[in-house]
Design a protein. Structure first.
Length: 316
């Protein structure tokens, strides 16, 4: 597997911490010092599908390909306007691609899972170019009256095209079943034969998720670096899920690494779920920060509780 193109798209509406404190019992100081978030982008006039399609078009163009060259679309998504069909099917039609598509729900770690699945599929030799798109609008499932969760998330989409190659040096996925720390229970239609469960907007035990995230990420990173036989001084960048600057800092301190190796954009976009690493990677690509041969360690964690990490060499 190797990455040959990246793309991203974000909503136009910027919602600052100050804007949230107009209707929530919160303030910029609390949000910024606890999370590093200054503002986030929230879908208002546009749709998630439009963002996903735009991120995909950018990634396909960046890969010097056309939609007809895509053999498979893997979409990491947990919330959009439809339960069925999957967002990947809608995106495929709008792109004008002609290939099988599937959505996966790996919550915030969905991107690492998609990358790993893409690699396995490419190794089978069945396909040549896979489009991965991670798109989410957590703004549709948070309780906007709950200050402990609504201030954390933002909407966005990140995409990439991967093809056959030898640049995925190692990857590791893990899941430890735990619903209570982070979940959203959706509203279901009335069914006369079964009891109707209570609807719950996004519920999170922040402290539990924080601890699980730090432990899982450190463990995953150690495993993938060992498997790839990569030492810290060989790593160019650690691209961590943008959930909280304090989580990123704790992991960085544990690894004893320099701050400039941990690029961040959480201050601008908040936690965009599985789109966070692809958006970050696309920004770095556009800014010319990535050189051929750069070793990137990526690590994400989220509801499930699921986590994953990988070592990828940058270069077409
Ligand atoms: O993609 C994975 C998703 N989730 C995460 O990665 C989240 C991981 N967890 C975290 O990032 C942190 O736990 C939070 C940022 C969510 C919370 O930080 P914390 O230091 O764990 O704060 P806390 O939950 O212990 O809350 C401390 C206080 C509480 O007040 P009391 O009980 O001490 O009086 C909260 O009610 O802060 C209060 N609080 C707020 N105050 C102002 C909670 N949310 C807010 C808020 N503004 N938005």
């Amino acid at each position: 597997m190797k990455i040959i193109g990246t793309g991203s798209a974000l909503p136009t509406l910027t919602v600052t911490n100050e804007m949230l404190s107009e209707f929530l019992d919160t303030n910029h100081e609390w949000i910024y010092t606890r999370t590093g978030i200054v503002q986030r982008r929230i879908i208002s006039d546009e749709s998630l599908t439009e963002l996903a399609v735009s991120a995909c078009r950018n990634a396909i163009t960046n890969a010097n390909l056309e939609a007809k060259d895509i053999d498979f679309i893997l979409c990491s998504n947990i919330v959009n306007d439809y339960v069925i069909p999957g967002l990947s099917c809608i995106v495929q039609g709008k792109l004008g691609a002609n290939c099988p598509c599937i959505d996966l729900n790996g919550a915030c770690s969905g991107f690492i899972y998609a990358l790993d699945l893409a690699s396995a599929y490419l190794n089978m030799g069945k396909v040549k170019n896979i489009l991965i798109v991670c798109a989410d609008e957590l703004s549709k499932i948070v309780d906007w009256s709950a200050r402990d969760t609504s201030v954390l998330f933002g909407d966005g989409a990140g995409a990439m095209v991967v093809t056959q190659g030898k640049n995925l040096k190692s990857s590791h996925l893990s899941t430890t079943s735990a619903v209570a720390p982070l979940y959203y229970q959706r509203k279901l239609e009335f069914n006369p034969y079964s009891k109707n469960e209570e609807f719950k907007p996004l519920v999170m035990n922040g402290k539990d998720v924080y601890k699980m995230a730090v432990n899982a990420s450190i463990q995953d990173i150690n495993i993938v670096m060992q498997e790839a036989n990569v030492s810290p001084n060989e790593v160019s960048y650690y691209l961590l899920h943008q959930a909280n600057v304090r989580i990123i800092e704790t992991i960085r301190e544990y690894l004893g690494e320099r701050e400039e190796k941990f690029p961040k954009n959480i201050h601008k976009y908040g936690n965009t779920s599985s789109a966070s690493i692809p958006i970050l990677l696309d920004e770095m690509n556009k800014d010319g920060k990535l050189k051929d041969g750069d070793l990137l360690v990526m690590s994400a964690f989220g509801a499930g509780f699921s986590s994953g990490a990988c070592v990828v060499e940058w270069g077409k």
